[in-house]
Design a binder for this molecule. Sequence first.
Ligand code: FA5
Length: 344
Amino acid sequence: MDLKQELESLKDEVIAQINNAQDLEGLNKIRVEFLGKKGKLKSILKTLGKLSPEERKEIGQIANKLKDTLEQLIKEKETVLKEKALEQQLKNEQLDITLPSKWIKAGSSHPVISTLIEITEIFKSMGFSVKEGPEIEDEKYNFDMLNIPKDHPARDMQDTFFLNNGKVLRTHTSPVQIRTMLKQKPPISIVAPGRVYRKDADPTHSPMFHQIEGLLVDKNVTFKDLKGVLQIFLESVFGKDIPIRFRPSYFPFTEPSAEVDIGCTVCGGEGCRVCKGTGWLEILGCGMVDPNVFKAVNIDPDIYSGFAFGLGIERIAMLKYRITDIRLLFTNDIRFNKQFKGIR
Ligand code: FA5
């Protein structure tokens, strides 16, 4: 077979293969096989050198024309195959928008966190800013600088989790008072929410629970200011008609100190199991900052005064939602948690 015939039969073969190509991948293989660097056309052209100059010119022209024709055909086929591929893709991805969608169950906040956020927001609306402190705390901040002497029962092994490195798991959020006053000079008005730990476990006490601390320091702050702030807070959480009473109490870091009770939300003040028949429920501790605490942080108690308070978030959540066992808040029983969906 002479070269002309060879090129002619190559043309027929390639055209047949292009026509039969089913996809872009197959078409590319044809391109490489016939027109590529090591393709059949190239290898035919390599033999051109053996021909006379006239024949070389003629065959060269035929080969170039063939190359152009085949490239053109491949290009056209490529367009057709691309369209076909797109059509197929659109067919496969067709959506039936009338089908019902998958039902994704929405989560919701845990009642302790909802309560914590609600309380924090109320104090923020009164101008308090939010501070946080570490849960692994120095004894100095958790006790000493809060005027809790070494022999105070709160430092007892039964209440406090002591760590090997000489630190403690903070037993209350009050150390944030010290950390704040060391860094910031009055006027100060902060709340500090967070987790605290005690060796305590029964229906109303948990080894880990949440508190929110409040501290306000300025000139001429009085007990009246403390009562006003706590009254606004308690009315915001429990409603305008909630009965409130201040009972004298003792905390080493406040003087005078008080505990605040609200009328029992379960029996409405008549006396029940939850309020142990008294009609009242203890909700928080508070008082005027003790001068010894001011001295420990270098604030002059003759110029400044202040109040502080600390309340248990779980206690408030339990009263608000009438939960009778604190442990329900931490067992993560989905049947319990689900009941608070949509609260916040
Ligand atoms: C304190 O922890 C003081 N630091 C509060 C304070 C701050 C007083 C600032 C004055 C000035 P107390 O130990 O009473 O106080 O705890 C405060 C609240 O935490 C209690 O009223 C109660 O609501 C809650 N609480 C205490 N122990 C537990 C516990 N084991 N589980 C759940 N809540 C608790």
